[in-house]
Design a protein around this ligand. Structure first.
Ligand code: PMP
Length: 414
């Protein structure tokens, strides 16, 4: 009889599985809820209409007739799939057009499109970094950034979220590491919706000879006059070396990109394993992203950016007025977090809101620090006031019943 441990043993009885089972049994699991209709501001989910405050469809373009038509045209022109790598048979005229227009939008020499945003980060960081290099990351950076870093085997020096003194310490220490230095931050942090202090970060990078990459997943299509993201809003576009973005948020599709200098982008095209050893995105996804990008870059774009940000302000103020503790930032983004602190209470509150017809996302440890559980709400440009009011009414009535049963929720400091 072999005496080796069963490699599958870890899937049984670990703490996370137990938590999941308990939450599932109590029907408190906020995950894997099934949509049965389009991803609009109000969705049909598990037999009921619910206000969607848990989507990254910030501009509400997933159902826009022009975007749908863009997807349809690409489907008609190229078929359902490209069945091969970008490097081989998977590059179409659509990719070439999209990469050119994305580079124009970002104001960079070139741009490379990946099949997903996750692959854009993994495929860039895993390629541009090598053992011997140092990469300095914010503790709030997206998981795909950390995955790319781990793949690269570069030395990682993380710093506490937005703590620039800690970032500077890491830069000082990195001087002794002997390799190249890359700093990677999110432009807008996905859970708490705060914007990175990019001016100061650029200054520090310049002082210590480090390159800078900014993940603009949540800022692109929303922030800045052209909607080119946090780097544009803060006036540092020409000081950021690489800007990553995704189609899975404002651009209403699926896919990712990295914009930067022609030489770096060309290097990625011939060396990035997450680009070469995977199939090209489906034509419909590219056609939709291109159509959405054209709307973003048209005179209609700034109207949509203004609308989604006004909605975020409306929701944030409404939640505060109803006694919820939101995290307020100087720069408003579509992400409005509501602090709950306790993981189990967050799940209970999620369920109560769900029953009251509102879908939000829940972030518990390890997505946020221990004791920092929050409901991540996010808005779209296409939420109208009546729909936001409906959601706020649900929050207010749920709060009263919830606190009577489970004790007080964190309150807004006034
Ligand atoms: N970066 C950030 C900051 C993200 O939030 C996400 C997705 N949530 C990604 C990258 C990955 O993008 P995609 O969903 O296109 O794979």
């Amino acid at each position: 009889m072999p005496t080796t441990v069963d490699v599958f043993a870890k899937v049984r009885g670990h703490e996370r599985a137990e938590q999941l089972r308990a939450a599932r049994e109590a029907d408190l699991l906020p995950y894997f809820r099934v949509l049965t209709g389009p991803a609009g501001p109000v969705v049909e989910m598990e037999g009921a209409d619910r206000v969607m405050l848990g989507s990254n469809n910030y501009l509400g373009l997933t159902g826009d007739a022009r975007v749908v038509q863009g997807a349809r045209r690409a489907l008609d022109d190229y078929g359902t799939g490209l069945t091969g790598s970008r490097l081989l048979n998977g590059t179409t005229a659509l990719h070439v057009e999209l990469e050119r227009e994305l580079a124009e939008w970002m104001g960079t020499e070139d741009c490379i499109v990946f099949t997903t945003g996750h692959q854009a980060n993994v495929g860039t960081l895993g390629t541009i970094l090598a053992p011997g290099d140092t990469v300095i990351v914010d503790s709030g950076d997206h998981a795909s950034i950390l995955d790319g870093v781990m793949l690269s085997r570069a030395k990682m020096r993380p710093f506490r979220h937005n703590k620039l003194d800690k970032m500077e310490k890491a830069l000082e220490r990195a001087q002794g590491d002997g390799g190249g230095i890359l700093v990677v931050v999110d432009g807008v942090y996905s859970m708490e919706g705060d914007v990175a202090p990019l001016v100061e970060i650029c200054d520090l990078c310049a002082r210590y000879g480090a390159r800078l990459m900014v993940d603009e997943a949540h800022g692109a299509g929303v922030l800045g006059a052209r909607g080119a993201g946090a780097s544009e809003l803060l006036g540092v576009e020409d000081r950021v070396d690489l800007r990553m973005g995704t189609f899975s948020k404002s651009l209403a599709s699926c896919g990712g990109f990295v914009a930067g200098s022609a030489e770096v982008v060309e290097f990625l095209r011939i060396s990035s394993r997450a680009y070469i050893f995977t199939a090209s995105g489906v034509p419909a996804a590219l056609g939709a992203a291109l159509a959405a990008l054209r709307i973003v870059r048209s005179p209609e774009g700034p109207e949509l950016f203004a609308r989604v940000l006004a909605n975020a302000r409306y929701l944030r103020d409404g939640l505060r007025e109803r006694g919820f503790k939101t995290i307020d930032h100087d720069i408003v983004t579509p992400v409005v977090p509501v602090l709950v602190e306790d993981d189990w209470k967050a799940a209970l509150l999620w369920r109560a809101l769900y029953d009251a017809g509102v879908f939000v996302n829940v972030a518990i440890h390890p997505a946020v620090p221990p004791g920092g559980a929050l409901l991540r709400t996010s808005v779209m440009a296409t939420h109208d006031e009546a729909t936001l009011e409906r959601a706020l009414d649900a929050f207010a009535s749920v709060k009263q019943a919830f606190e009577a049963e489970h004790g007080p929720l964190p309150t807004a400091a006034r």
